[in-house]
Unconditional design. Structure first.
Ligand SMILES: *Cc1c(COP(=O)(O)O)cnc(C)c1O
Length: 420
């Protein structure tokens, strides 16, 4: 459920009519609902209420806006970060260091130093080579790094190939069959305190089966590690639970069902569980609000050309993602159309042959479910400045990221003196 609803024929975010935001800020603009994020954080916490003190570390990469991080910090969530930049954002937003998990397959020595200096819950290590580097960095700082190894359980997540991470051929984690050897070798590394096991098999999972099978493998590994004398105290089960994008397909399992499955599978593990939800918390809490520039006849269906493009919302061109497209003030008519942006690529297509509200030039439309992996993936391709972001809370709203101006784009380039 989200807080983007029609009231008197006008789409609102909570109590704010979207045309008011479009008029004040211009389009395209991302609009986030704080109440929706808060609701999703609470639903997830309630789903895990039976567990002993779980840590919910929000995956910052889904939406790293400072206002989003501050909203979730106030809900008690920690942060899962995958770069030094995300670590700094989490700290700047006031996320307590002991609630920060550092994931990612290519952490550099500088990033390790940054997080060791500021503190964190744990590093999730993805190779033995990384463990050796972290041990050396920590030892040089006179510190011991809390770590888990991320294991690759070799399960097919059943999601889009570009967001599957838990199959043997993916770059992520240590093959689960090599895990015992990695833990054994890591014991002799002086700068590490090996305390956990981590797993994350992909994003937008629409079935619990692959998650359950991955978690069972983690459970078996924990038992074997303990037999081998390793003090395993934490298990990080990652993120990945899918959300509804298309009302025409059955919705993914809800957090409550996920929580029950986790409670069943992890019974007796005797560890602190960590979760890293991203999309689930923020995906349905955002829309991309855009204006129809013109409607152009097409060979079969007309092209609805909007002022948002693939550089603002990459998911359709990158993952063939489906976003609901709705008029902000529906006219009560329907049309079948191709919805495209102004960028000079055929890939700049949001929808093909879509049955949608009838729209005309000047109408406002939204792409729904644009709170996760949306603004954060934006680029300035075609010299289109980055889209602003607005957060709504009740009847208040604020710009939480300014629209980039073209002048700053131009100024960022430097002309070498031989051309001046
Ligand atoms: C991306 C990512 C997540 C979040 O995935 P969602 O599908 O958004 O829940 C969690 N953990 C790791 C390691 C990730 O890379």
């Amino acid at each position: 459920m989200d807080h983007f609803q029609l009231k008197n024929g006008v789409l609102h975010c909570e109590n704010v009519p979207l045309p008011a935001i479009a008029e004040a800020v211009g389009t395209p603009v991302y609009v986030y609902s704080a109440a929706t994020m808060q609701r999703h954080a609470r639903v997830f916490q309630e789903a895990l209420a039976g567990l002993d003190d779980p840590l919910i570390a929000y995956a910052v990469k889904a939406n790293p806006n400072a206002a989003v991080l501050a909203t979730l910090r106030d809900e008690g969530l920690g942060a899962d970060v995958v770069s030094g930049g995300e670590y700094r954002r989490a700290i700047a937003a006031g996320v307590p260091p002991e609630k920060i998990v550092f994931s990612g397959v290519g952490k550099t020595a500088n990033e390790m130093r940054l997080a060791l200096g500021g503190g964190l819950c744990q590093f999730n290590l993805e190779s033995f080579e990384e463990a050796e580097m972290l041990s050396a960095v920590a030892a040089a700082m006179g510190k011991t790094a809390p770590v888990a190894f991320r294991v690759n359980p070799d399960v097919e997540a059943g999601t889009h190939a570009k967001i599957s991470t838990g199959a043997a051929h993916n770059k992520f984690g240590i093959p689960i069959l090599d895990a015992l050897a990695a833990y054994a070798s890591a014991k002799s590394l002086p700068g590490l305190d090996v305390q956990g096991v981590a797993v994350h098999i992909g994003s937008q999972l629409t079935s619990l089966a692959p998650l359950e099978s991955a978690f069972r493998k983690v459970g078996e590994l924990i038992a074997e590690l303990r037999k081998g004398g390793h003090g395993i105290r934490k298990a990080d089960l990652g993120g990945g639970l899918g959300i509804p994008y298309d009302p025409g397909v059955p919705p993914p399992p809800n957090p409550k069902t996920y929580g029950k499955m986790v409670a069943k599978v992890t019974r007796g593990w005797n560890v602190r569980l960590i979760f890293e939800p991203g999309r689930l918390i923020v995906g349905n809490a955002g829309v991309l609000l855009t204006e129809v520039i013109r409607v152009k006849p097409g060979a079969t269906d007309p092209f609805v050309i909007v002022d948002a493009a693939m550089n603002d919302l990459m998911r359709p061109s990158l993952y063939d993602a489906w976003h609901a497209i709705d008029a902000v003030q529906p006219r009560g008519t329907r049309m079948t159309a191709n919805v495209v942006g102004p960028v000079c690529e055929t890939g700049d297509t949001f929808a093909t042959g879509r049955d949608m509200d009838g729209v005309q030039a000047g109408d406002l439309v939204v792409f729904r479910t644009a709170g996760a992996y949306a603004a954060t993936m934006a680029s300035t391709y075609n010299s289109r400045p980055l889209t602003p972001e607005v957060m709504v809370s009740g009847d208040k709203w604020a710009i939480v990221r300014e629209r980039q101006d073209v002048e700053s784009l131009i100024q960022a380039d430097k002309i070498p003196n031989w051309l001046a």
